[in-house]
Ligand binder design. Structure first.
Ligand SMILES: [Cu+2]
Length: 466
């Protein structure tokens, strides 16, 4: 392999705005990687001005939120050096890729933590094509200045051989919540929270929310022209909050979920994005004006969750109209036929058992066990497995499978097929089934992507026996 060829090949795909942040850096002779990488990222403290008079001190990749846009080519090996310029060890997860356990970026799978001050090289061959993302996979354990509460996230676009949809303009929009604090889940807060938790413990509340690092109205608008077809890639990079979004006067044609083309590209009025989910949507710009693309919840828009969409030649205050319905149904994007039968089924029931030991936080269990005191699910290469995800709690859980894409095969009572994802939101007391083929040997983590849940027990390994 000729490293220099890959450097020029992948380097030329980098968007102009992010080129500076990705320039290869020099390394000290302290055991850090030799030779120039294709890309470099720095985990570093930074201060973000997210709105008028609102500054956030956080940690981000190369000082920007979202982090530098990484465009990689499907099947072309890449090296990415990550320098940890913070005081805490950290790790980067390449979310949605079928890569090896040591480079996947989860310490539970054997990927190394990057010590404070060190540089670590990730080397992998990106697959499959689609909208992926990268983010920290460190633990937080109730320290809300760490892990996914910070600005450590960015888009990772894996470009395939063909582009499935035609569009005039593309825009990537990443959602995040800021200034977290623990709040008691009193009745009023339950009503206002988009997650509608029903549990008794503490949950996390936020002072601000942003799209691409700016509160609603504070950043540059999305500028469009009448007649354009705009591809929007939406990412929920919040640590704990699920969101529902709308753009009044417009609809979204959902063409991909978690980066994978959907069997039924239906057009909808609202988009629900659980933590870590992505949607690719085509929006036809046929309603000239100035609009709010934002949360369907007034409280969320008030703390910043939105962005202005402005047609050329139009001025004035951005308009908001509530959508007729905010219901979300994954099954409409799938095939109605049942999926093929699995070789084996694992039934997994999650529960909240309240605080245990010295912890003041609720402990989460999977079949009455909690990470790290939980045996791996054993799988054999080449077999198809079904995970029956039974939510025995009143919270929503965005369940993520590492290193594999799953096929969603049942939501509630409805059997479906063809919908391929890496995160699925399981509603309170609901059951969802997903199938995956064990085709990528190596330890594989599955967990709830809600930071407070994964930190307190909601994780398990899948291990290949052969
Ligand atoms: Cu959860």
């Amino acid at each position: 392999m000729n490293r220099r060829n890959f450097l020029s090949a992948t380097g030329s795909l980098v968007a102009g705005s992010s080129l500076h942040a990705l320039m290869p850096r020099m390394f000290a002779a302290d055991g850090s990687p030799a030779g120039k990488p294709d890309f470099s990222l720095r985990i570093e403290p930074c201060t973000l001005d997210i709105g008028p008079g609102v500054s956030i001190k956080t940690v981000a990749y190369s000082g920007q939120v979202p982090g530098p846009l990484l465009r990689l080519r499907q099947g072309v090996p890449v090296s990415i050096d990550v320098t940890n310029a913070t005081a805490n060890s950290d790790i980067v997860h390449w979310h949605g890729l079928a890569i090896d356990s040591l480079n996947d970026g989860a310490m539970e799978e054997g990927s190394p933590m990057i010590p404070a001050g060190a540089t670590h090289r990730y080397s992998f061959t990106p697959n499959p094509a689609g909208t992926r993302w990268y983010h920290t996979h460190a633990s937080s354990y109730g320290d809300l200045s760490l892990s996914t509460y910070t600005g450590q996230f960015g888009f990772l676009l894996i470009e395939g051989r063909d582009r499935p949809e035609k569009y005039d303009h593309e825009i990537n929009l990443a959602i995040h919540h800021w200034e977290p604090s623990f709040v008691p889940m009193v009745e009023t807060m339950r009503e206002q929270s988009s997650n509608m938790p029903l549990t008794s413990g503490s949950d996390v509340g936020y002072k601000y929310a942003t799209i691409n690092g700016h509160m609603l109205g504070a950043g540059e608008p999305v500028r469009v022209k009448k007649g354009q077809r705009v591809l929007m890639r939406l990412l929920n990079a919040s640590a704990t909050e699920n969101v529902v979004l709308a753009l009044p006067g417009h609809t979204f044609q959902i063409i991909a979920m978690d980066g994978n083309p959907v069997p039924n590209p239906r057009t909808v009025e609202t988009i629900s994005l659980a933590v870590a989910e992505r949607v690719d949507a085509i929006v036809k710009m046929n309603s000239p004006g100035v609009w709010v693309l934002g949360s369907v919840l007034e409280k969320e828009r008030r703390i910043g969750l939105g962005i202005v969409v402005e047609y050329a030649g139009k001025k004035g205050d951005p308009a908001w109209n509530a959508p007729a319905s905010t219901d979300w149904d994954y099954t409409q994007f799938a095939n109605a036929a049942a999926a093929s039968k699995p070789d084996e089924t694992f039934t997994l029931t999650f529960r909240d058992i309240g605080p245990t030991g010295k912890s003041t936080f609720d402990t989460w269990t999977i079949n009455n066990k909690s990470w790290p005191k939980i045996d791996p699910l054993m799988v054999q290469r080449g077999k198809r497995y079904r995970l029956v995800l039974r939510n025995g709690s009143g919270d929503q859980h965005p369940i993520h499978l590492h290193r594999h894409t799953f096929e969603v095969t049942r939501i509630g009572e409805k059997q479906i097929s063809g919908l391929r994802k890496d995160v699925i939101n399981v509603m309170p007391l609901d059951t969802v089934e997903v199938d995956f083929t064990a085709d990528n040997p190596g330890d594989t983590l599955w967990h709830c992507h809600q930071q407070l849940h994964m930190d307190y027990g909601f994780m398990q390994l899948i291990r290949y026996s052969e």
